[in-house]
Write a protein that binds this ligand. Structure first.
Ligand code: SF4
Ligand code: SF4
Length: 286
């Protein structure tokens, strides 16, 4: 039997902000978008063991072994110097976990959990692992009460979502722009495929949450509201979340972009309501 494994940037045993209830969250390394607004840019790339981060580690937690960079968790002080200097938006602190490794951790906390959320980076860039993990959870009688959710940028093609349907209870998807040039500028990728994924997931009752990111002066939802709301109506009663851009963790030019205000998000919410949207809308505490 094949042993599926994933490159994991972080595992959180409890979270109440990554889906409903108490959730174990697995952050997988690697993303196929290049969003200037990313709050965790060190999860985008994959380490190629170039070694550039090794000499600057103040705790000597990084070393060379057989042409690979090795991270010593016990020595690491989590100063994150290595993340700041990495030219590939990667991290030497990722670890490889098998499906069995994750199941072991889940079993330790299962009685206290509502489910698991696989996030990233972009979780679906390691789809075979996610499929194997969710299938193993669904097949285990002591874990069968756990819901299996994916937090995604929505870029996976339809064939990939088809494979996920039997083992996944829901997907939370971000949409970062309405018109194609805006989506391209904010992610580096086409928004058409993301909207197609959102429609597919809604049709199959797997769209757990749709998130629109408002970036003052950059995102364009407020300029296309009638079109946007007509599209939302076709999706059915999906939970909608309006997120506002914040600079926390962001690198590069976007670190100087304006943060969204509460009143801007409330204005967007009220405009969407005025156009007839009756579904739920959640706003973050900004
Ligand atoms: S984390 Fe970045 S800098 Fe360090 S070895 Fe990997 S690719 Fe090079
Ligand atoms: S975070 Fe990186 S640079 Fe800092 S101590 Fe740990 S391995 Fe070294």
């Amino acid at each position: 039997m094949k042993i599926w494994q994933a490159s994991v940037s972080r595992l959180l045993t409890f979270s109440c902000v990554d889906g409903p209830g108490n959730r174990l969250v697995l952050f997988l390394q690697g993303c196929n978008f290049h969003c200037p607004t990313c709050h965790n840019p060190h999860t985008i790339g994959r380490c190629d063991h170039c070694g550039e981060c090794v000499p600057g580690c103040p705790a000597t937690a990084l070393s060379w072994q057989d042409g690979r960079v090795v991270w010593n968790d016990a020595l690491c002080t989590h100063c994150d110097h290595c993340l700041a200097v990495c030219p590939r938006s990667a991290s030497p602190k990722t670890r490889t976990m098998t499906v069995a490794d994750v199941i072991d951790v889940l079993r330790r906390y299962a009685l206290l959990l509502t489910g698991i959320t696989v996030s990233g980076g972009e979780a679906t860039t390691q789809l075979p692992f996610v499929l194997a993990l969710f299938a193993a959870i669904k097949a285990a009688p002591d874990l069968a009460h756990l819901t299996c959710l994916v937090d995604s940028n929505g870029y996976l093609p339809e064939e990939g979502w088809q494979k996920l349907l039997p083992v996944c209870d829901g997907v939370m998807v971000d949409l970062k722009g309405w018109q194609e040039p805006v989506h391209q500028a904010l992610t580096g990728r086409s928004g058409e495929r993301v909207r197609h994924a959102i429609e597919f997931l809604a049709r199959h009752h797997r769209l757990a949450e749709l998130r629109l990111l408002h970036i003052p002066g950059r995102s364009d939802f407020e300029h296309h509201l009638p079109e946007l709301v007509a599209w939302l109506q076709q999706l059915g009663p999906v939970p909608l979340r309006l997120n506002g851009f914040r600079q926390h963790g962001v690198r590069g030019e976007a670190a100087n972009w304006l943060a969204a205000t509460r009143s801007e998000l409330e204005q967007l919410e009220s405009s969407i309501r005025n156009l007839g949207w009756r579904g739920s809308i959640t706003l973050p505490a900004l």
